[in-house]
Design a protein around this ligand. Structure first.
Ligand code: SAH
Length: 405
């Protein structure tokens, strides 16, 4: 299953299996080869699921039994967050799309098989408006031009839509007219933000923001709770599967209403707030300040009284908790792709947690961490792969670990 480790090398092997539906090797998306984001797009969905299941099984062999993968009914247009980079082609025309894999060349994209269709439409509208407003796309080489990126986020239950215009400088001539014209074309947009990114880095969003219209964030619903999401906070990109993932995570946690739960790497507090309804108390920890602010207001939005959020490195926070002699019954952890740290995991045992629910977006680091947890006396008893990212090679996994008595 090397296929998953290195996108470039393995792209070929998938292509052989998925020779394209029209028989010309073109498949469902004309730019899939240049983009490289959807290595499995032209592979039958059932086959995609089988490959992902196999990958997780192989990586977790001898570490955790894996149940059958949770797939989607409609595996297209699931991404609720869409990002487009703006640039100029050689003839000086404005283009918007995605960076070609491992490069800064922009591949024009109007429609994408996995992105939200309304979000794609809005991006095309914005591109069409630039000329009449004399807004030039930013040129990375010369440093001229204004608009660098557009980010669109859509609440799948609420329909609320956020548009973030990322500009190279704070000076945005005729921005009010631009916003007005955009809203006339897309009255469904609920908030528009200008984000200023003058840095020469590959980060999409800068630190400074100005709300041009609306409340500056969107609200969405998951598992019966409401969540405020701001531009720079992490929020799962596939809401349909997120509900399934969280549902499974909570089922594995098996809360009875009394437990002290740690929600580590909690983002905007989603898992913790949903869990708080079935727990004694919940402690959330997250590194990103904006996400923590969102998490705190999300606690209030849902009337949650038994949850507290802290802005800290999850490892440092847990080491401190353990040193103070604090206890936790269950640790739910959802680290980034790099996985967790030995400091974090070592503290779990010290706090006396009976169960750990590990949510992972990278089965390789999950396998590494499960190996370490085994040494600490935690056995992985059940794992579920969840297809959060159809058409791509990524897969989410949730595992229940139990303390060996
Ligand atoms: N559980 C959340 C977020 C998961 S994504 C959800 O389901 O939406 C992983 C989160 O870990 C991100 O919000 C990221 O900002 C956060 N993070 C990354 N490194 C961290 C660290 N060292 N300590 C705490 N949080 C961290």
């Amino acid at each position: 299953m090397e296929y998953f480790n290195n996108r470039k090398e393995k792209k070929g092997s998938v292509k052989n299996e998925a020779s394209g539906r029209n028989g010309k090797g073109q498949g469902l998306c004309p730019v899939s080869q240049l983009c490289g984001g959807c290595q499995m797009l032209d592979l039958e969905y059932e086959k995609q699921l089988r490959l992902k299941q196999k990958q997780v099984e192989e990586l977790l062999k001898g570490l955790c039994p894996v149940k059958s993968i949770i797939g989607m009914e409609n595996p297209f247009h699931y991404r609720n967050k869409v990002h487009a980079v703006f640039s100029q082609d050689r003839r000086g025309n404005t283009v918007s799309g995605i960076y070609q894999e491992n490069s800064h060349i922009v591949v024009p994209v109007d429609k994408c098989m996995i992105e939200d269709e309304k979000a794609d439409e809005i991006i095309v509208t914005i591109r069409g408006m630039l000329k009449s407003f004399k807004i030039r796309p930013y040129n990375e080489d010369t440093g001229y031009g204004l608009l660098r990126h557009v980010l669109v986020r859509r609440g799948f239950q609420t329909g609320e839509i956020m548009v973030v215009l990322v500009t190279a400088s704070p000076v945005f001539p005729s921005k009010h007219n631009f916003v007005k014209a955009l809203r006339e074309k897309h009255p469904e947009i609920t908030t528009i933000i200008q984000n200023i990114n003058s840095r020469g880095t590959s980060m999409v969003l800068g630190e400074r923001e100005q709300v041009l219209y609306g409340k500056g964030y969107i609200v969405d619903e998951l598992c019966g709770c409401r969540f405020r999401i701001s531009s720079r906070s992490f929020y799962q990109v596939n809401p349909v599967q997120t509900e399934r993932l969280y549902g499974k995570a909570l089922e594995l946690a098996g809360l009875t209403g009394k437990e002290t739960v740690v929600d580590a790497y909690c983002g905007i507090g989603t898992i913790g707030i949903i869990a708080s309804r079935h727990a004694g108390r919940v402690i959330g920890v997250e590194l990103n300040q904006d996400a923590v602010k969102d998490a705190i207001s999300n606690g209030k939005l849902n009337g949650t009284k038994n949850i507290q959020f802290y802005c800290n490195d999850a490892g440092r926070f847990l080491v401190n908790m353990a040193a103070r002699g604090e206890k936790a019954d269950i640790v739910i952890m959802d680290p980034p792709r790099s996985g967790s740290t030995e400091a974090f995991m070592s503290s779990i045992g010290k706090m006396g947690a009976e169960k750990v629910v590990y949510v992972s977006c990278n089965p390789e680091t999950l396998a590494r961490d499960l190996r370490f947890m085994k040494k600490l006396g935690y056995k992985a008893v059940e794992g579920w792969a969840v297809d959060m990212f159809p058409a791509t090679a990524h897969v989410e996994t949730v595992c229940l670990l139990s303390r060996i008595k």
